[in-house]
Write a protein that binds this ligand. Structure first.
Ligand SMILES: Cc1ncc(COP(=O)(O)O)c(C=O)c1O
Length: 375
């Protein structure tokens, strides 16, 4: 198997731990260990202190799987598997797809959602939003369906645009998928980060018998360092194949991370609500910044999630712009090239508390450089 480099992750690899400021992170600030343990009940602390560091259940600790199921209508442990989010994506595509299959994915998107599909030599079509408002049209999706379409890949809240769909649109997609007997892999990593006046989508696994939902602690919970994600599906046959594949990768999960995830899932609001507040606060600071700086030619506020994809009015490519910015100011931004998206865009993340400070540094840079940068 041959797979292309993960451009976005390589770009982060280059700058994330050397740049002074992050303006494009998709996760929220990581909570401190003390904060996590402070939320725990006596029973959860007993679990934490009683950890033994041997191998654990491949499908995930059963108390963790129960904690996960609080947030789904499905209620049987056999419908849940725990591993790292990226691993679950990688395995799912490998288990579901063969070279004769056609796949439709939202685009632009997190690279692994299409790159793993490409590595399996499948035919791939891209379902793209309207760049004027980042809305996805279900009619466009229907036009992409072929006789051999095996899988549709969704990601709402959407990375990188912050786009979201309505429950009615989700139901339309499910009806389409059911009619054509197509699986839906729904990357719901930003689930519950609802930051505007829109109804929350139910997870696809609760609605569709061939729906596969991916969620984890990285984004909504501010606990990316745990490396814990989970798949929930009504299709237990599929999930059994995922476990069998996992034997060639991590085999089982990190036990300390599993216990900390139990605490987070049992006290979700303590993790989620401060993140939502922070994202909303930062969005309003950014809105003011956009009004004062004409280098940003379009900012479509995200409906859900922690990020947006903003258009720049610049002479150079977005990659050159991002490279110059990080060099001159220490501010790391992710350019459109990392999403293979044409045009001059950068991703902006609202989940970090120092965003106002980063914008002050960005603003000072623009004061001296604006005329040489903008078109
Ligand atoms: C849409 C999407 N899916 C999956 C992931 C992977 O999550 P993790 O970094 O926790 O493996 C990310 C991370 O940025 C993402 O944005």
């Amino acid at each position: 198997m041959k797979i292309n480099d993960f451009k976005l992750e390589r770009y982060f690899g280059k700058h994330e731990f050397t740049a002074k400021y992050m303006l494009s992170s998709s996760d929220c600030d990581g909570y401190e260990m003390k904060y996590v343990l402070d939320q725990a009940t006596k029973q959860e602390l007993d679990l934490w202190e009683g950890i033994t560091l041997g191998y654990s259940e491949s499908e995930g600790n059963s108390i963790l799987r129960e904690a996960i199921l609080q947030h789904y209508t499905i209620k049987s442990l056999e419908n849940v598997i725990v591993a790292t989010p990226g691993e679950l994506n990688f395995i799912s595509m490998n288990v579901l797809l063969g070279a004769s299959d056609h796949v439709i994915t939202v685009s632009p998107c997190y690279q692994s959602l299409y790159e793993v599909v490409k590595s399996l030599n499948c035919e791939l079509s891209y379902w793209q939003p309207n760049p004027e408002n980042w809305e996805f049209d279900t009619d466009d999706l229907e036009k992409l369906i072929q006789k051999n379409t095996k899988l549709i890949i969704l990601n709402f809240p959407h990375n990188p645009t912050g786009s979201y769909i309505s429950p009615a649109q989700l139901n339309e997609m499910i009806a389409l998928a059911r009619k054509h007997d197509i699986y839906i892999f729904s990357d719901e990593m930003y689930r519950k980060l609802i930051i505007s006046d829109v109804p929350e989508l139910p997870p696809i696994c609760d609605l569709y018998e061939k729906g596969i939902s991916l969620w984890g602690t990285s984004k909504s919970f501010g606990l990316a360092g745990l490396r814990i994600g989970w798949l929930v599906s009504q299709d237990t046959n599929f999930l059994q194949k995922v476990i069998a594949f996992k034997d060639y990768l991590s085999i089982c999960n990190s036990t300390p991370s599993e216990i900390l995830s139990i605490i987070a899932l049992n006290h979700m609001d303590k993790f989620l609500l401060p993140n939502i507040e922070k994202i909303k606060r930062n969005m309003s600071v950014f809105t003011k910044f956009v009004a004062e700086h004409d280098i940003i030619s379009s900012f479509i506020p995200p409906k859900a999630g922690s990020i947006s994809f903003v258009k720049l009015n610049i002479k150079t490519s977005s990659l050159d712009f991002s490279n110059q910015l990080v060099e001159a100011t220490g501010i790391m931004t992710v350019p459109a090239e990392m999403f293979e998206y044409p045009g001059k865009y950068i991703r902006v993340g609202f989940g970090r508390k120092n965003l106002p400070e980063v914008l002050d540094v960005f603003g000072a840079y623009l004061k001296t450089k604006r005329d040489s940068l903008i078109m």
